[in-house]
Design a protein around this ligand. Structure first.
Ligand SMILES: *Cc1c(COP(=O)(O)O)cnc(C)c1O
Length: 225
């Protein structure tokens, strides 16, 4: 199957309210252009400098999502163009994004990454810390970032019941945060639940995801991380 054929299959398969982020990390610009020419406009990368290089080279109507762990000293490279940062896990990082967004005269949308997997290796905040951050006075001082939802990654396992339970947990937190008065600064803008990858996007959608991050099922297997 070609990249264009894979995308067409996803377009037919995904419910209308679900956004497809084509995760193009490690793939050459020629592959991304094949997806672009098939109509794809939202791409996800996990390394800031790789994303910046692709942004330089490619058409400017693409929305670039940073889906990987973010180092604060690299925020400046993506601040001029990034459209959504998925894996925010601290006030310090949010503060840095705010600073760089302000320099660029932009408001940058972000998701808080919540830890739902059992593995230690997965980044993310605990629910209580995320709630505390959203309710804090400090967050109100940040005029150039908007927290518009949550992101999570399930445990890498064949146990679909476990994956399903982890996604359910995140959906529940998302639903609670949406209606919390402490979240009034975000209002209706708290609207994105980013969960699901090539191996588990169907389970994620069943459990309320409205944005899936799919790489290998579109572009083929990666040779390296
Ligand atoms: C690589 C990556 C994906 C896509 O993974 P696939 O299994 O290739 O679909 C999704 N989300 C994050 C955070 C990733 O790093």
């Amino acid at each position: 199957m070609t990249i264009a054929e894979n995308l067409k299959r996803f377009k037919n398969e995904l419910p209308e309210n679900v956004t497809l982020v084509a995760v193009s990390k490690t793939k050459p610009v020629s592959d991304l252009m094949e997806a672009y020419n098939a109509g794809q406009r939202v791409f996800g990368e996990n390394k800031i400098q790789e994303m910046e290089a692709k942004w330089q080279e490619m058409p400017k109507d693409i929305q670039w999502h940073m889906i990987g762990h973010v180092q604060r000293n690299k925020v400046k490279y993506m601040a001029p163009f990034v459209s959504l940062i998925h894996a925010v896990d601290s006030f310090k990082l949010l503060n840095e994004i705010n600073k760089e967004a302000e320099k660029n005269g932009r408001i940058i949308e972000c998701l808080l990454q919540i830890k739902i997997a059992e593995e230690d290796s997965k980044f993310g905040m605990h629910e209580a810390d995320a709630a505390k951050l959203l309710a804090s006075e400090e967050i109100k001082t940040l005029q150039n970032v908007k927290v518009v939802g949550l992101m999570g990654m399930a445990t890498f396992t064949d146990d679909t019941k476990q994956i399903s339970e982890e996604f359910q947990k995140l959906k529940k937190i998302y639903t609670e945060f949406r209606i919390q008065p402490f979240n009034s600064a975000q209002g209706d803008n708290f609207r994105i639940l980013s969960m699901g990858m090539s191996g588990d996007y169907k389970i994620a959608i069943e459990n309320g995801s409205n944005l899936v991050r799919v790489g290998s099922a579109i572009f083929g297997e990666r040779n390296y991380q």
